[in-house]
Design a binder for this molecule. Structure first.
Ligand code: HEM
Length: 285
């Protein structure tokens, strides 16, 4: 209900309504089934994907703030944003199962109408991967020119992984101020493992940093869980049919479940309590 000038709202005097503020009408006009007559389940299929895209938008937004906070040395601020992303990811893991209320045969009745469209082409999903450090140029080929250009820009930018290790350097760990994926995985791998072993063996030495680091591995874990739940649901619905985007389908998706944004955070567990811990090399500063 809108408030007239004579009956001002308790919290303000404007006429703004819920529908206007949230552009609800426009939002509800955005579901356009392709099947004719419209198949009942296509509404679910469209809405679930649109809901994911909205949450992806929020994740991108929070990732930007998490990286800004890291650059500013606001460790707990960064953790706050990462925690929120984890909450959203938990929701996204659960949400995929709503699709299991759609019978495989029902999906077959409109699947052809959406090919060659596919989650493969979700630019926001790739942006999230790239922003987290999973930069694979091959995905650019699957996108239209505009989207590929947008994503290509991300290739050169610092990502969550490099920003995190740059922050560790700021905190006094023997890492370069501007680490790259190549150095972190190559020459500097021992330095990274040494720093993380110190941090994990003595969390109280830098508790905020420890808590942020645990939030980052949780983010990585929930992203992996999304991949695992998605592939299970896909197998349940289309078996081993090829994907509408042209991949082998389940075979391809299974390979992606091993992707890690923070491989070192997983690896460090192996060193905890072990006799031999990597020794860092001196850095030319
Ligand atoms: C009936 C439900 C679904 C089926 C059968 C399905 C199937 C597939 C298949 C076969 C692929 C591999 C690429 C291809 O060849 O097309 C794929 C990729 C993908 N799907 Fe789905 N999907 C479904 C629901 C969803 C939903 C609800 C989302 C939410 C956004 C989603 C997001 C993605 C993403 C982001 C990828 C790319 C994954 C990657 O390359 O790592 N899918 N999907």
């Amino acid at each position: 209900m809108s408030n007239s000038g004579e009956q001002p709202s308790a919290y303000g005097e404007g006429d703004l309504t819920y529908e206007e503020y949230l552009t609800v009408r426009e939002l509800l006009d955005l579901q356009e089934p392709r099947s004719e007559p419209a198949h009942h389940d296509e509404m679910l299929f469209i809405i679930i994907h649109q809901a994911y895209e909205l949450w992806f938008k929020l994740i991108r937004h929070e990732l930007t703030s998490a990286m800004e906070a890291m650059r500013e040395g606001e460790i707990l601020g960064a953790r706050h944003f990462v925690d929120r992303i984890v909450e959203v990811m938990d929701l996204l893991v659960d949400q995929i199962h709503i699709l299991e209320t759609m019978e495989p045969v029902e999906f077959l009745q409109f699947r052809d109408r959406l090919a060659p469209a596919s989650g493969f082409q979700s630019v926001q999903f790739r942006e999230i991967e790239f922003a987290c450090g999973l930069k694979d140029e091959r995905y650019l080929e699957m996108l239209d020119e505009d989207a590929a250009k947008r994503l290509a820009g991300r290739l050169e930018e610092p990502d969550l992984r490099t920003t995190y290790y740059a922050m560790l350097a700021d905190q006094g760990y023997p890492l370069p101020a501007e680490p790259t994926h190549e150095t972190l995985d190559g020459d500097l791998r021992d330095n990274v493992m040494h720093a993380l072993t110190d941090l994990y063996m003595e969390p109280d030495g830098n508790l905020p940093l420890y808590l942020l680091t645990e939030a980052l591995i949780e983010l990585d874990e929930t992203m992996g869980l999304w991949r695992e739940h998605h592939v299970r649901v896909v197998e349940r619905i289309i078996g081993h049919k090829r994907g509408t985007g042209g991949s082998s389908g389940v075979g391809y998706l299974k390979q992606t479940t091993d992707k890690r944004c923070f491989p070192h955070l997983w690896d460090v567990r192996t060193y905890l309590g072990a006799d031999e811990v990597p020794t860092p090399t001196e850095l030319d500063t």
